[in-house]
Design a protein around this ligand. Sequence first.
Ligand SMILES: [Zn+2]
Length: 146
Amino acid sequence: MVINQQKLELYANKLYRGELARYKEELEEDNIFSIDLFFEEEEKVRRIPVTKSQEKEILDKYKHKCVICNKPYDKDDFEIHHIDGDRSNTVMKNLIPLCHRCHKKVTRNAKAKLKDYQVRAERSEENTSGIPDIEILDVDIPRSEF
Ligand SMILES: [Zn+2]
């Protein structure tokens, strides 16, 4: 199966934007609450499963193929992907059928982008702190001679 790199990049970017929005939201929430359990519970509630009729509608819409590599539908190798990564967003335009391999690639690609963003954000925070790094010099302390 040929991977359509353009489509892969497109969906990875869309997923990245969604993940980034949630990441920023989380950062703000973290400043208000610090009870991790609360967020875990909320996360569970937020996930809304895709219904069987929705699944059928999605497969019909995309001609029973993986959107990225055109692999024909196989019930053991198919996943419904949430384009923006939000599992509670089950509107039709947020859902596409992907084979397992393409789904993994989209997710990996988006996660790498997010990681990259986090690293850059951390770095710029360091730069704006105004406290320069102090270089600890390796100075030989002379031994006292007897
Ligand atoms: Zn595929």
